[in-house]
Design a protein around this ligand. Structure first.
Ligand code: C2E
Ligand code: CA
Ligand code: CA
Ligand code: CA
Length: 281
């Protein structure tokens, strides 16, 4: 039994050791991703369910590594957050998204761009100046930018987060609470935070109309949004049934594969033109 225990122990050490090396390599690869041009953004349209028009797009980060392939952001963003590289990457994302918004305005599609802002970015002292500076550099009106923050952003220092979001908000930038209902939701945050949008997380939309609890949770978020005067956005809408239900129930905005998956800029432009043609026909 003793012998077996030792083997187990060695196996354990070896696998931890491997894990640490894998992680170090991942961090090294990520540190180079920007300079090696391995990052790009894709854009997912956000649709107004009443007017059936595209009102904006969420920018989503993609990392295409020559050997690893497409690395999912759910996997590499937490790593970038823990080693701080999210600060540089996040600024790059903001720059790219603003460049895109400016180009789209030039070709007649003045859409609002939603950018995910990490809690780590929001904690930085210069973040407000950095964001406003980026808008100015690209000559984008602040109303064209939306920042998506998660509830974790409010946790470490509520007063600090409130102050920064207020400054951004006063400048004209709108704020959305992302993944609403999945984190440490507190109605205190909603009361104190200058937010305009609530995003129903896709985990509640996936089994909408199939799972009774999920349907009730979605209903509750929609009602909460209405009573607090916040626009509700459903993410992960994949079926016509979900789209119909949400629009009847009073959810104003939606995004998901039912409309379109996140697209490269050229495909996104094509999609916008075709979508609006179809609707007006
Ligand atoms: P998120 O902000 O909640 O983004 C929504 C995710 O749902 C995206 O995954 C999107 O591609 C996916 N999605 C959209 N429509 C559907 C649908 O109909 N069905 C399903 N099953 N999924 C759908 P993605 O692109 O893999 O991003 C994952 C997460 O990574 C994001 O979740 C966000 O938290 C983070 N992320 C992505 N880009 C950035 C970024 O630039 N900065 C930061 N800080 N985080 C980012
Ligand atoms: Ca988001
Ligand atoms: Ca989400
Ligand atoms: Ca998320």
């Amino acid at each position: 039994a003793k012998q077996k225990g030792r083997d187990h122990f060695q196996f354990y050490v070896a696998s931890i050791d491997q894990e640490i090396r894998d992680r170090k390599q991942l961090e090294k690869d990520m540190a180079q991703a920007l300079s090696l041009n391995q990052l790009h953004l894709v854009y997912q349209p956000q649709i107004n369910l009443e007017t059936k028009r595209i009102i904006g797009a969420e920018a989503l980060l993609r990392w295409d590594h020559p050997v690893r392939g497409l690395v999912p952001p759910d996997y590499f963003i937490p790593v970038a957050e823990s080693n701080g590289s999210i600060v540089e990457i996040g600024q790059w994302v903001l720059d790219q998204a603003c460049m895109q918004a400016s180009r789209w305005a030039d070709i007649g599609i003045p859409l609002r761009i939603a950018v995910n802002l990490s809690a780590v970015q929001l904690r930085r002292e210069q973040i407000v100046d950095d964001i406003l500076g980026t808008l100015r550099r690209h000559d984008i009106p602040a109303g064209r930018l939306e920042l998506e923050v998660t509830e974790t952003s409010f946790m470490t220092n509520l007063a600090d987060a409130v102050a920064k979001l207020h400054s951004l908000n006063r400048a004209g930038i709108s704020i959305a609470v992302d993944d609403f209902g999945t984190g440490y939701s507190s109605l205190t945050y909603l009361k104190k935070m200058p937010v305009q949008h609530l995003k129903i997380d896709k985990q509640f939309i996936r089994d909408l109309l199939i799972n009774e609890e999920d349907t009730r949770i979605a209903n509750t978020i929609i009602d909460l949004g209405r009573s607090l005067n916040l626009t509700v956005v459903a993410e992960g809408v994949e079926t016509a049934e979900q789209e119909y239900y949400l629009s009847q129930r009073g959810c104003k905005l939606a995004q998901g594969y039912f409309f379109s998956k996140p697209l490269r800029p050229a495909d996104f432009e094509k999609f916008v033109h075709e979508f609006h043609q179809k609707v007006t026909e």
